[in-house]
Design a protein around this ligand. Structure first.
Ligand code: ZN
Length: 153
């Protein structure tokens, strides 16, 4: 009888080492990825980097452009000084039309603040003189529609 018992115990020990008969381990399931609903109040369409000097809409404070994207300050708008920018945000574009400006014929489109709809300036869609080509795709915002925002001092 002892021999059979020993055999049985060895068999059991082996079984616990590699046990094809043991039931699948039941434990707590890993947490399922939960859907996170981000419900931040939508004020403006885009926000510029907080650590940059930037220009904002003077009427509603929507961010408009980074100081880094300023190309030139020596432009003339319909109501005074205007700045030329590489890129802008929160700005909508009207239909392009051909206009004769101080520097010749251009195709331009009025731009407005997406947030408060104020007309801010215009976008150069196309320049017809080679010396003015650098302005294509760039944006003019009149100074009286902008305020300096964040980190200027
Ligand atoms: Zn605005």
């Amino acid at each position: 009888g002892a021999a059979i018992l020993t055999f049985f115990m060895v068999f059991q020990a082996l079984g616990s080492l590699c046990s094809p008969w043991s039931p699948p381990r039941v434990g707590p399931l890993p947490p399922a990825p939960t859907m996170v609903r981000i419900s931040k109040p939508k004020t403006f369409q885009a926000y510029l980097d907080d650590c940059h000097r930037r220009y904002s809409c003077a009427h509603c404070r929507a961010h408009l452009a980074n100081h880094d994207d300023l190309i030139s300050k020596s432009f003339q708008g319909s109501q005074g000084r205007a700045y030329l920018f590489n890129s802008v945000v929160n700005v909508g574009c009207g239909p392009a039309e051909e206009r004769v400006l101080l520097t010749g014929l251009h195709a331009v489109a009025d731009i407005h603040c997406e947030s408060c709809k104020t007309t801010l300036g215009w976008k150069y869609e196309q320049a017809f003189e080679s010396s003015q080509k650098y302005k294509e795709g760039k944006y003019i915002i009149e100074l009286n529609h902008m305020i300096k925002d964040n980190g200027w001092d």
